[in-house]
Design a protein around this ligand. Sequence first.
Ligand code: ADP
Ligand code: MG
Length: 326
Amino acid sequence: MTDLAIAANGLRKAYGDKTVLDGIDIQVPAGTIFALLGPNGAGKTTAVKILSTLVSADAGTGAVHIGGHDLAADPQGVRASIGVTGQFSAVDGLITGEENMLLMADLHHLSKGEGRRVAAELLERFDLTEAAKRPASTYSGGMKRRLDIAMTLVGDPRIIFLDEPTTGLDPRSRRTMWQIIRELVAGGVTVFLTTQYLEEADELADRIAVLHNGTIAAEGSAEELKRLVPGGHVRLRFTDPDAYRGAARDLREVTRDDESLTLQLPNGGSQSELRALLDRLDAAGIEADELTVHTPDLDDVFFALTGGADVTDQTDLTDQTKETVR
Ligand SMILES: Nc1ncnc2c1ncn2[C@@H]1O[C@H](COP(=O)(O)OP(=O)(O)O)[C@@H](O)[C@H]1O
Ligand SMILES: [Mg+2]
């Protein structure tokens, strides 16, 4: 398995008659960050659970190697080489951060002294030393996530699965998490992360796979994915609702955002394309209050690949409820 930390071929999983993963291939070179990108319900957690031996793929499908171990023949070997931080926290709120860490050390059969040393070191590394003696239920969302990752690192895994590590975090905690993930990889660890955020995949991942309808709709570096979209877009913002509605009616091929009174049109942003657009606006008597030019970003890729509608429509309320309960 040369230098692939994760190699999966034709991974398939159905629940009842609902196909969640319809034969996906994943290859993650050792020491890199791989992002599985998709909206709620796309099958990200299912993929993580299969790859981390928590759920079995459908019989007779696919071959998976993790850290050189065959998932079907040697699940123990796989388990020994990975760490998993789930979408929903493994932190026990009733005991302190330190006690959570020591519990993990016990699970990994570290001696008392070694366990204390590793726990102290990781708590320090994730800026939790001061909070170590407080019940974890008193921690902020960001602190809980940091503790969760610290717990995953007790066994010193070389391959780490992070299922939506920043969902629900405030922007500052998100940046801290990104920094933590970069440091992990700098230390030689391989990271498989899932995210709903294009920005996050763009920011962190060496390779990104877009999960859509049970298959990988596209795969590549952020740059490669962006090249799939021929051009960027122009946004026109209005302050007068009537002017907005009129413009939306007159212009074809626009994406409307009725709340912010903004129209989005495909446009490559070159001088000639912009001039053509301005001429068109003038001819139609349309005057926007603001015009901005956007080069293609991962959002454009996602919309191009998935036909647009899915990203915000598929809000999974059960997930959000769980988030607030924990
Ligand atoms: N244990 C299960 N039994 C039945 N359906 C499931 C189970 N786990 C997940 N699903 C369904 O599989 C689909 C993918 O879920 P999941 O992998 O959690 O998606 P994501 O993590 O991308 O939000 C969803 O439609 C979900 O309802
Ligand atoms: Mg999930």
